[in-house]
Design a protein around this ligand. Structure first.
Ligand code: 9D3
Length: 225
C-alpha cells in the first residue's frame, strides 16, 4: 500500500515512521511512504502557502491552489483504490472501523492542515473525506496522519505476523481489553489474581470476560450503552 503525505513539515515524519510496525512494513515492502513538501507547489519568492480568511478573523488559512496543484501532480488521474484524505478538526471521527475501510484501498494521500484551517474548497472539491482523530485541539494534521497510518499499517496482510485479518480487536467488540499481568506473580506486595496463575482455562476465560466488562463499565461506560 502507498501512503502519500502532503505537508509543510516533511521532516516531522522522520520519527514516527522510522520505528516499529510502520518501519518494519516499509522495510518488507508491504507499504511505501512518500513525503511531499507543499512548498514545492508555490511559485512566489516566499513560497507562501497561507493567506488571510475572507470575512476577517484570527489567524491564517492554507491556500487552496498549492494543495490542488500538488494533488493533481501526485495523481494526474485518480483511479479506483486511491483516496484523498483531509485531516482537520472539523472532520468525521476516525475510528477502528475507518481504519479497516482505509486498509482496503491501494493508495492514500493525506493533506495535513496547519494554521487555523484550510480553504473549504479543498474539503468540498478535492478530498474524498475529511477526518479528525478526536475531540481535542492539535496544532496541525501531521500527528493525526501519523496516527491513522500507524492504525492502517498494522491491519495490512503480513504486517503483524498474523495473516488472519479477522483477529479480534477489542474496540470492534465494543469492549476494552481485560487487565493483564506478567511475572513476577507478586510485586511490592501486589499479587496477580489467583485464577490467572492456576491453569484452569475455562475459569480464566470467564474471569477475563467479567474483568473486561468491569473495566469497561468503570472507564468507558459509553462503549456499553
Ligand atoms: C478557533 C478554533 N481553532 C483553534 C482552536 C480551530 C482549529 C484550527 C486548527 C483547531 C485545530 C486546528 C489544527 N488541527 C488539525 O489540523 C487537526 C486535528 C485536530 O485538531 N484534532 C483532531 N484531529 C485533527 S486532524 C487535523
Amino acid at each position: 500500500m502507498k501512503f502519500h503525505l502532503l505537508t509543510i513539515f516533511p521532516e516531522f515524519f522522520d520519527g514516527p515512521f522510522r520505528h516499529g510496525v510502520v518501519a518494519r512494513a516499509a522495510q518488507a515492502g508491504t507499504l511505501e511512504i512518500y513525503l511531499h513538501d507543499l512548498r514545492n507547489w508555490t511559485h512566489d519568492l516566499h513560497r507562501t502557502v497561507d493567506d488571510r480568511p475572507f470575512g476577517g478573523g484570527e489567524g491564517m488559512l492554507m491556500k487552496a491552489e498549492p494543495i490542488f496543484s500538488a494533488v493533481e501532480t501526485i495523481w494526474p488521474e485518480k483511479t479506483a483504490g486511491q483516496r484523498v484524505i483531509l485531516l482537520s478538526a472539523q472532520g468525521r471521527r476516525f475510528t477502528q472501523k475507518t481504519a479497516r475501510e482505509l486498509a482496503l484501498q491501494n493508495e492514500l494521500l493525506f493533506i495535513c492542515g496547519r494554521y487555523e484551517g484550510v480553504d473549504e474548497r479543498v474539503a468540498e472539491h478535492l478530498a474524498d473525506e475529511e477526518l479528525s482523530i478526536g475531540d481535542y485541539v492539535l496544532s496541525g494534521g501531521e500527528l493525526a496522519a501519523a496516527v491513522i497510518i500507524d492504525c492502517v499499517a498494522r491491519l495490512l496482510p503480513g504486517v503483524l505476523g498474523n495473516s488472519d485479518s479477522s483477529v479480534n480487536e477489542s474496540f470492534e467488540e465494543g469492549i476494552l481489553d481485560c487487565p493483564q499481568w506478567t511475572r513476577p506473580s507478586e510485586f511490592r506486595g501486589w499479587r496477580v489474581p489467583e485464577v490467572l496463575v492456576g491453569g484452569n482455562h475455562a475459569d480464566i476465560r470467564k474471569w477475563r470476560k467479567e474483568a473486561a466488562i468491569g473495566k469497561t463499565k468503570r472507564l468507558r461506560p459509553d462503549l456499553l450503552s
